[in-house]
Design a protein around this ligand. Structure first.
Ligand code: C5P
Length: 378
């Protein structure tokens, strides 16, 4: 694979685990990559800087990713240079598992793969065939040619958003009731993260303002501000807004918050069967920034509706001064909160309606960005 990558014009730096050195010598890989091979966080010369390597790379490929390595990556156990570098990497990460067929289907391995994917890393699926154990089945590492082709496809991505600054709100908000409780919603941030990654991969500089979410953006062109409440999201978005060329409001912002959040945990009172929390409106971030919108800015909103979707979405488009709105329905199977897929309809200012199939959130993100580019060219 090293040979193929070099042939494709890549600059390659290699880190090996101790187990890997039992299969191939570091000298062989050093000769092929024309660079030193790293094995441990410390070396005779001192400290090997995994942070620097992690920042240097445009992509990190972990191949073969054994069951042990997957477990360590998924849990952040940095007892090797590979995992230390992985934790410092800001670039897209690809992993190509390789193991025996029973290991591959074990729930522990499946869970680790799922977790890595939830961090935004890309799984390079295993192949089927003869395995090191002599058994035959799933678990073979993808062919090097296949891995290199995937990387070439990744880098060949159009850079049609280069020079654009994109402001993106994503995830839910938490509105404090007291120091322990909050009002929240079921948004995970997956759709927003998919837009952030896709936009960064297409050359944009992304300022992501993310409500409470377990997800972590990967691309180095994504700057992240984490917030909790609608108010904090509003303040952060308002500050960045004047520099933004494109703004995408993907967050599921609470419409109301407790009017007086308690400073201490609210206690049950003897005999109390009901309690009332008075709510007040939160700032409507999209509407407020829509008022400040200049001619050359493009604003995109989302609408999640359970009934009369198109009509409500079109109303929001106007009220919030958006260029187009992405309608998703909770009633479509596989669409909405927590899913990796989504089914959307775009509605624009001319009332043009474009309906899409159910597809991955990453593919939906590409469709949204295609529409942004189309509007910029108009
Ligand atoms: O009015 P509704 O909440 O349905 O509008 C959804 C759109 O408005 C989404 O793009 C959402 O991110 C944005 N929004 C906002 N601030 C709010 C409420 C919604 O930016 N307080």
């Amino acid at each position: 694979m090293t040979r193929l990558l070099i042939k494709a014009g890549a600059e390659v730096q290699i880190i090996m685990t101790d187990a890997a050195t039992e299969f191939i010598t570091p000298l062989t890989l050093s000769t092929l990559s024309k660079n030193p091979v790293y094995q441990s966080v410390t070396s005779a010369e001192g400290w090997n800087n995994h942070v620097e390597l992690g920042l240097w790379a445009d992509a990190m490929v972990i191949a073969p990713a054994t069951a042990t390595t997957l477990g360590k990556l998924a849990n952040g156990i940095a007892d090797s240079m590979v995992v230390a570098c992985y934790l410092s990497a800001r670039c897209p990460v690809f992993f190509a598992p390789a193991m025996d067929l029973d290991m591959w289907v074990h729930p522990a391995v499946k869970e680790n793969v799922r977790r890595l994917q939830s961090y935004g890393n890309t799984l390079i699926p295993v192949g089927n065939g003869e395995l090191a154990s002599g058994l035959s089945g799933d678990g073979r590492m993808a062919e090097p040619e296949e891995i290199v082709a995937l990387l070439e496809k990744h880098f060949a991505k159009k850079q049609d958003l280069e020079g654009n600054k994109i402001l993106l709100t994503a995830g839910p908000t938490h509105e404090a009731i007291d120091p322990v409780r909050f009002i929240g919603n079921r948004s995970t941030g997956k759709m927003g993260l998919a837009i952030a990654e896709a936009a960064a991969a297409r050359g944009a500089e992304v300022q992501l303002i993310l409500g409470p979410s377990a997800l972590q953006p990967q691309h180095k062109n994504i700057k992240l501000i984490r917030v909790k409440s609608a108010q904090q999201m509003y303040e952060a978005a308002k500050d960045y807004f004047p520099q933004a060329d494109v703004v995408i409001f993907c967050a599921a912002v609470a419409d109301f918050r407790p009017k007086n959040a308690a400073n201490q945990k609210i206690k049950k009172k003897p005999g109390e069967e009901e309690m009332t929390i008075v709510l007040e409106k939160t700032p409507d971030i999209a509407a407020a920034l829509g008022k400040m919108k200049t001619e050359k800015q493009i604003l995109v909103g989302f609408a999640l509706e359970t009934q009369n979707g198109r009509q409500h979405a079109a109303g929001k488009l106007r009220k919030k001064n958006l260029d187009f709105i992405v309608l998703n329905s909770l009633t479509d199977k596989g669409a909405g909160f927590g899913h990796d897929t989504n089914k959307v309809t775009f509605i624009d200012g001319d009332n043009k309606i474009t309906e899409f199939e159910l597809k991955s959130k990453l593919a939906v993100a590409e469709d949204i960005l295609d529409e942004v580019v189309r509007l910029q060219e108009k």
